[in-house]
Design a protein around this ligand. Structure first.
Ligand SMILES: Cc1cc2nc3c(=O)[nH]c(=O)nc-3n(C[C@H](O)[C@H](O)[C@H](O)COP(=O)(O)OP(=O)(O)OC[C@H]3O[C@@H](n4cnc5c(N)ncnc54)[C@H](O)[C@@H]3O)c2cc1C
Length: 461
């Protein structure tokens, strides 16, 4: 292992995770350092979640819980209060701010950290894609799509959320159609949607809701059909007093025991007139420990049996978005189906979508003009077309976790190689750690990881 302190750090990916890792490194740096931030789709600080241009795309966490700094919980709220022109009403801890405003916040943090860095830190922003990485003699060489390369001592892989894989269909020819949008977060994803188009969104989670609201903001007036296995929209947020931590040590080691204990508490809360939301929210600080306590087969059981129920309750709609969804459902502009997609065929200037609703004996056929894939980020790295990931997997420098939800890491965020040895050069944070931590994709967890990772890298060796 290298015994010299790292002097050259590269962050690959400039979304929330990569930007906050860079901010924390800049704040904690106590010796001269080269910091490289590589992002293929600038500007930095926005990524998939906060790069949206639609004002109707709101944070799904209230402002009081969205500080980028774990030790300063009101930081985002104070920033909003200092920028009243960005909101239509004065911010409060329960405000659900537009995500593009949050992107401006994160961008401002990087600019401030760069301006205030106290030691000689040289920051370089690369607008480029890292396509390949070699490790030799305790260092890494990162090759960029432009043909340039850079040599560093430590690498933070902050490559985040990937577009969804195509829905499961026997005949995949439709996925080449111009009437199909495979990546719901791609720039210009709604450009092809005409105001009166009938649109089928595959998925009914927060991404489908985003797309519905985005189309509406662009003047779309046509009917929107949402199809998902269970046909459930996410539950909605509601203000409530925090509920105390109720899950005691030792934590349950089976899903059955876990569900039983949570159900007991929900009943108790209901009897006392307390809403279910704060009860589930009380699990949040313990979610990673709960996941850790479950053996692998129990984690699999959770994914197979409990996940769908968990997802719609954990990832909730901001109240304004929920009200719009209600209005569209009531007026017949939004239709929700629970079932399995059977086929998508382009014919007669449109698309014939066929699906089997739950419990139905026959297929439902709906004719639409566009189909947009909103099935959620692809997590199985073996299936991705990402040159850098392919290179890392091919060299055995990283490996998928046992559940194929991300890449395998140790407790510090160091990536494990094909044999399970932690790297002293490659680290990660955020969505890539989902298999190891489960709860790791949102700001409250990533901000902690960014701070801890900066400390690890700067104190390392
Ligand atoms: C639509 C959406 C809304 C969300 N809303 C919220 C919310 O309201 N509150 C909350 O707490 N969480 C929310 N989340 C969770 C979100 O995952 C995190 O908050 C956070 O934004 C994740 O950031 P990231 O940097 O890890 O990933 P990303 O935002 O995906 O950023 C990764 C970046 O890496 C870049 N990249 C990838 N590969 C390379 C490469 N080889 N070379 C160079 N650059 C590369 C990409 O271009 C991208 O900009 C949301 C997620 C999504 C998808």
């Amino acid at each position: 292992m290298d015994s010299q302190p790292p002097s050259r750090i590269a962050v690959i990916g400039g979304g929330f995770s990569g930007t906050m890792a860079a901010v924390q490194i800049l704040r904690a740096a106590n010796r001269p350092l080269e910091l490289h931030i590589i992002e293929r789709k600038p500007p930095l600080g926005r990524g998939v979640a906060y790069g949206t241009r639609y004002g109707s795309h709101l944070l799904n966490v209230p402002a009081g819980k969205m500080s980028a700094f774990p030790s300063d919980p009101d930081h985002f709220l104070r920033w909003l209060q200092a920028h009243p022109e960005l909101l239509s009403a004065p911010p409060t801890p329960t405000t659900f701010a537009p995500r593009k405003v949050y992107g401006a916040y994160v961008q401002s943090l990087l600019a401030e950290a760069e301006a205030k860095a106290t030691v000689d830190v040289q920051v370089t922003h690369w607008t480029d894609e890292a396509i390949d990485l070699d490790i030799w003699d305790g260092h890494a060489t990162i090759n960029l799509e432009s043909g340039q390369s850079l040599e560093v001592d430590r690498v933070i892989l902050a490559i985040g959320n990937f577009p969804p894989g195509h829905p499961h269909l026997g005949d995949r020819s439709f996925f080449a159609s111009e009437r199909y949008v495979g990546d719901p977060w791609q720039k210009g994803n709604l450009d092809s949607v005409k105001p009166d188009d009938v649109v089928l969104l595959i998925g009914s989670g927060l991404t489908a809701l985003d797309l519905t609201l985005g189309m509406r903001e662009r003047g779309h007036k046509g009917v929107v059909h949402l199809l998902s296995r269970r046909g459930q929209l996410p539950q909605r947020h509601q203000n409530a007093e925090p509920y105390p931590r109720f899950l005691e040590e030792p934590l349950p080691v089976t899903v059955r025991a876990l569900v039983k204990r949570v159900r007991q508490e929900l009943k108790k809360a209901q009897a006392a007139g307390v809403d279910w939301r704060p009860v589930l929210d009380a699990l949040r600080p313990q979610t990673q420990s709960i996941w850790h306590a479950l053996p692998l087969q129990e984690r699999r059981r959770f994914l197979g049996r409990v996940r769908p129920y968990w997802e719609v309750r954990r990832h909730r709609m901001p109240p304004d978005a929920a009200a719009l969804a209600d209005e569209m459902l009531a007026s017949g502009r939004l239709h929700l189906y629970g079932g399995r997609l059977v086929s998508l065929d382009e014919r007669d200037g449109g698309v014939e979508s066929r699906f089997r609703e739950r419990g139905a004996a026959e297929d439902t056929v709906v004719r639409v003009d566009r189909v947009i894939n909103c099935t959620g980020p692809e997590c199985d790295y073996r299936r991705m077309r990402h040159p850098l990931i392919a290179s890392l997997l091919g060299q055995g420098l990283v490996r998928p976790d046992d559940l194929a939800l991300g890449l395998d890491t140790d407790a510090s965020g160091s990536l494990l190689d094909a044999e399970g040895h932690p790297s002293h050069i490659l680290y990660t944070l955020g969505p890539l750690r989902k298999g190891t931590l489960w709860e790791t994709t949102a700001v409250p967890e990533i901000r902690v990881q960014a701070e801890e990772l900066a400390a690890t890298l700067l104190c390392d060796s």
